[in-house]
Design a protein around this ligand. Structure first.
Ligand SMILES: [Zn+2]
Length: 157
């Protein structure tokens, strides 16, 4: 009996967001937030009631794809479970990006996010950051699961 080498490439090509209602998908991804009709406070991810005034009249809004880095840090050691990331662990940037809501009167919101950049030399408070959709993991059936991240905006010019 001879060994037969079989190589099967995952061919599903399917891609899905890591969570429903987190960002619009697949066309023109934008983060989905809620804005309180009573006091205009914007929350991300979506919430059923307002953390500021406890109102429950919330409207769905999308967020700008570019914002400013409010603060950041580098996650330099592996977080405790249920952390699920690449093995071996690789340091990554984490930050808050201030994003305007695409709706008149709605406040801006600070969004906690992974950053594509893990080099402190390339991150600065106040820097412009762009939304990106990145691979997160793969399902058993080969479906690519994607999540959002922010990267430093390309320098203009
Ligand atoms: Zn409110």
């Amino acid at each position: 009996m001879t060994d037969v080498e079989v190589e099967i490439e995952p061919v599903s090509g399917a891609v899905r967001p890591v969570a429903e209602g987190l960002f619009t998908w697949p066309d023109a991804p934008r983060l989905i937030a809620t804005s309180c009709v009573a006091c205009a406070t914007t929350t991300f991810p979506k919430q059923a009631s307002c953390p500021r005034c406890t109102g429950t009249d919330m409207r769905e809004v999308t967020l700008a794809t570019r914002g400013r880095l409010w603060t950041w840090t580098i996650q330099g050691f592996e977080p405790k479970p249920p952390y699920a990331g690449p093995t071996p662990f690789e340091p990554y940037g984490v930050g808050y990006v201030e994003l305007a809501a695409d709706a008149e009167g709605a406040s801006s919101v600070l969004v906690e996010s992974r950053l594509s950049e893990s080099s402190p030399d390339r991150l600065a408070i106040g820097a412009e950051m762009d939304l990106q959709i990145v691979p997160f993991r793969r399902d058993d059936d080969g479906t690519e699961v994607v999540t959002f991240s922010f990267r430093p905006a390309e320098a203009a010019g």
